[in-house]
Structures are given as structure tokens and as C-alpha cells.
Design a protein around this ligand. Sequence first.
Ligand SMILES: C[S@@+](CC[C@H](N)C(=O)[O-])C[C@H]1O[C@@H](n2cnc3c(N)ncnc32)[C@H](O)[C@@H]1O
Length: 283
Amino acid sequence: MTSQDSAGLHPPPLTSEDIARVGELLYRWTGMIFGESKRYYIERRIAERMKRSGHTNIKAYLGFLGSHTAEREALINAFTINETYFYREDHQFAALARDILPDVIRTKRPGDLVRIWSMPCSTGEEAYSIAIWLLENWPLVDAYNVEIVGSDIDTAALNKAVQGHFTERSLARLPDAVRESYFEMQRGHHRRIIQDLRESVRFTPANIIDPMTMTGLGTFDVILCRNLLIYFDDAARLQAANNLYERLNPGGYICLGHSESMGRISDRFTLARLADAIVYRKA
Ligand SMILES: C[S@@+](CC[C@H](N)C(=O)[O-])C[C@H]1O[C@@H](n2cnc3c(N)ncnc32)[C@H](O)[C@@H]1O
């Protein structure tokens, strides 16, 4: 039995034009590239969404997407790749506590707001990792009003972030003492992050290629934009970089994933080589 059969899905045989049309819509709405090389991935997800929304004809379904924002949101949620885990690329959290925040507060006074944005945050592990790392490693964490915001285009992932339930796999890189201090054991062998932390991080949707969805969030001292731009083409990366630039305070920092480089995208940022990480700054 194939996994398609076990899921009870019978993907419509999509033509090359259908695949191109789906790719075009997803690119326009999210910046992510999906084409013929991802045919199986596309067919599976389209089949599931068509079944759930009661469609049997792909053209009718694509037309329906144009006028139904809830279905468009569900389709986007189905296509996102949410891979993430606690303390991923933790050398950047070390750089945050050791170099970035000490520099950010040079122009602030105790009690001032320090704003950090995890964009995209997926199911919340990155945003909560920042909170935990600072509590554990930044002695001035209580001296400043640190605000951590997590955003993503995927509203289902954000709901999971707010709920704060995590699997052992997601927690695997955390030291035992951190697990014990910040997570409560739940039934079914998963853990929930403690209420204090759930209340200390704000999660809100935003689309990195749509500035209208980001302006209401204000500006930030530090933005982590990790492991998203790899799914974009050059035009969408540039659009994202320009939108992030607008959300950064002057002198603010941006951290990308290990295989991403701002140098190849935009010349508006300056590169800063820190002891633990290479990061980018708004001049
Ligand atoms: C692989 S996860 C990265 C999560 C986290 N930053 C990390 O490195 O562990 C990529 C996330 O990007 C989100 N995403 C895709 N397109 C987006 C867009 N246009 N705006 C905001 N988030 C987007 C997806 O929903 C997904 O949760």
C-alpha cells in the first residue's frame, strides 16, 4: 500500500500547466519556489486541500482560492516546511548574549526596551530558545525590558507555538538542566514549556514578502531570519531583505541561517564578524 492510499488520498493527475499555476500562486503569496521537481509534494498537498474543501476539479479549486482567504491560508499552511528545534545553530544565541546585546544596550538605559524578532519562528522553538538562552546566559536580562516576538506566515505553526507543546525530538539539543527548569512533563511523552515563558513571547502572523503584514510590528534591535531564504529565488530574497531592513533599528542586527548570506542578496547591510557568528547590520 502506498502512503497515498493509506492517507485515503487520490491526487488528481495534475498537468504541467496545473503545477506551474500552483507554483505561480504560491510564489506570489509566499516567495517560496515550487515547480515540476516537487510534483509529488505538490500533488499530495493539493489532493488533501481539495478533499477537505470538497473540490474534485483542480481548475475550480484554483479559482476558489482566489476569493477564499481561509482556504488560501490553509493551502499555504499545508505547503510550508516547518523543520525547527530548540538551540538550533546555538552559536548565534551565544553571539547574541556575548556581543550583540552588549552592543545594542550601549545606546539604551536600564529598563529600556530591547526588541528581538524571530522571523520566521515556525512552531516557536527559535523564539523560546532566545528567551531561555538569555535567562541562562545574559546577566543583564532583568535590567532591560526584553521583548521577544515570533512571526511566521503559517498560522497553524503559530498556534502550536502559543500552545507550547514539544516532542522529545524538538528538545534533543537542550541540556538536561534546561529541560527540567523550563518544561513540564505531559501525558504522551511530550513536554510543555512553562507558563512564564509562554507568556513572555508574543506570536503573531507576518509574511516576509508583504510589508503591510509587518509594519504594525514596529522596529527591532535584532532579527533572526534563519532557514527561510533558502526556499526563495533571488527576487523574493531581495524583497525580503528590503522588508527586514525597514523593520530594523539603525545599527540593528540580523542573523541568517548557516547556508544563507546577505552578501549575495543585498548591499544595504554591513557584515560583522563576531567571535561566535557572522551577522549583518543596518548601517
Ligand atoms: C524551516 S522553518 C525555519 C524556522 C526557524 N527559523 C529555524 O531556523 O529553525 C521555515 C519557516 O518559514 C516560514 N515561511 C515560509 N514563507 C514565509 C513567508 N513568506 N513569510 C514568513 N514566513 C514564511 C514557514 O512557514 C516555516 O515555518
